[in-house]
Every structure is written in C-alpha cells, then in structure tokens.
Design a protein around this ligand. Sequence first.
Ligand SMILES: [Zn+2]
Length: 341
Amino acid sequence: MIIDCHGHYTTAPKALQIYRDAQIAALGDRSRSRTKGTLAISDDDIRESLEGAQLKLQRERGTDVTIFSPRASAMAHHIGDVTTSQHWSEHCNDLIHRVCTLYPNNFVGVCQLPQSPGAPMDACIRELERAVNELGFIGCNLNPDPSGGHWTSPPLTDRYWYPLYEKMVEVDVPAMVHVSSSCNLNFHATGAHYINADTTAFMQFLTADLFKDFPTLRFIIPHGGGAVPYHWGRYRGLAQDLKRPRLDDLIRDNIFFDTCVYHIAGIELLLKIVPADNILFGSEMVGAVRGVDPETGHYFDDTKRYLDCVTAVSEPDKRKMFEENARRVYPRINKRILAVA
Ligand SMILES: [Zn+2]
C-alpha cells in the first residue's frame, strides 16, 4: 500500500470560499452577530471536485491513500480572532470528514486547528478532540506562525504550546508543522514562508528539550524538511557546538520529513542524509506547484516517480517510506484502513 502523508483539499467547491469571503467581510461590520453559519455543498459537488483532481492523480500515479487536510494556505489564522478561526476550522474539518466518508479507501483526515495569534490552546484542544474522537481523524496541522509571516508566537518548544502537546500525546496523533498564507510581503507563501517555517521549526527542536518532556510527541516537517537536509552539516555542527544531542538521536522517534521535494536531485539528497525510518512519502498534490517539468515531461509534484527512480535505496527502505513509517507515525491510520478493508 502506498500512503501519501501530505494532501490538501485545494479543489474544494466554490461555496467554501464564498463562505470564507462572507465571514471575512462580516468582521468589519460590528452590527452582525458572530454566528457560525452554514455551508451548502452537496455530495455531488464534493465528488466532482475530487474525481478530476486528487482521485485521478491517485489512479494515474499509483498511490492508494492520502492523509488529507484542509487547504493549508487558506487556514489564514491571522484573520479575525479565535472565534473566526473556530467557525472556519470546523467547517473545513467537517468537509474533510465528508470526503473521507464518501471515499474511505482513498482519504484519511487530518484537521486544521482554530489557532489565532496569542490565543490560548483551549479551542485547538477542543477541535483536536472532536476531530479525532468524532470525525475519526488521525493527526493535525500545527501552524508555528499564526500571525502569517510576522512570527509573533513563542517557539514551538515553549510551554505556550504544551497543553496542545499533552492532548496530542493523549490521543496519540502527530502534527505536521504547516504554516499558512503569508501577509508579510517579504515572504512568498509557498516559495519562502513554507520553507522558512520548516527550517525554523527544526532549529527550534534542536535547541530545546521538548522531547524530554514529551518522549512520544511526533512532528512531520513537510516539504522535505525545508533547508535542513541540504545544510545537515551546519546543523550537526551547531548541535555539537551547542552541546545538543546528535541529529539522528534528536529526530529518531520524534521528527519526520516528507518527500515533497520536486526534483530528483533533491530527493536523492534527502534519502542520502535522513535515515529511512524518518522519511514519509508525501506529494502535497494538488498543491503548491501544479505544472509539468519541461525537463522531464512529468508533473513536478509526482514525487512517487522520483522515489521509484532512486536505485540507491533498498526495497525494504522504500516500503518504510511508502507505508510503514506512516502507520507508525500516524498509528490511528491502522484502524481506519483496516476498517475499510
Ligand atoms: Zn501542505
């Protein structure tokens, strides 16, 4: 079985964006009450949105299950307040739940959290519990920078985040470290903000004892770990200078990288540097880069093709990346897939 650990509902029916636009417009009108409102999307709308996109690509590329979450760039936690984020997250997560119910063989859910800059973790904890216990989700996306590019929150290793980590450990789900859109003109969302955040999160983990406090807490750093694998020597050297653990000890049970790197040389580097136990196959389709690479004639985000091409990795290691690691890092997936089978 081939499990893609990183997919977003980027093709959601238009009604979702119409809801969001109205929600944002209402923020400027204090006379309007803060109601959650409703979303008019039919099952056929959902089918239509997926059949020509994610489902078609799964079939064409030969992948089986996608760990599926709401569109990351649309989380936009910097807009409005925690109530805004809560209503928006609940709708987005409910929609993912409907996708997973319509296509239980193809999708397993991961939730968006109702984060808001400076807000306590309470709303996130409630939504995580709802998503896991009521919707059958197996993980969450955690935005290390809900300000959208201004980095006003404490580092991920700060006690500010601990109540959420306690809940994650309790329900045994990991988080993918995933920023959203950028409202800082310096940082292009998918080209800079995403990669910056991946790199930043790794350095935060390296410099603190978070995993001593939470030995079973697990994070997936997406987009191949940002700049980390390419600069592994720098981080190894920094860890040594700072009297921190060796990197392979640091990441072993707690930090994982996906394969959302859109060229073969980058994948080869990732596979050479990061232990096979810490790599999960992911494509982020349909997502950040949608075009065809003129040098290969294949889609940039067809990352399975790159892994298939690499000959320096053993078949057992490929099995880990395609399936076994995902089952270990997202243990709740085992029940979901088994239930379908
Ligand atoms: Zn993503």
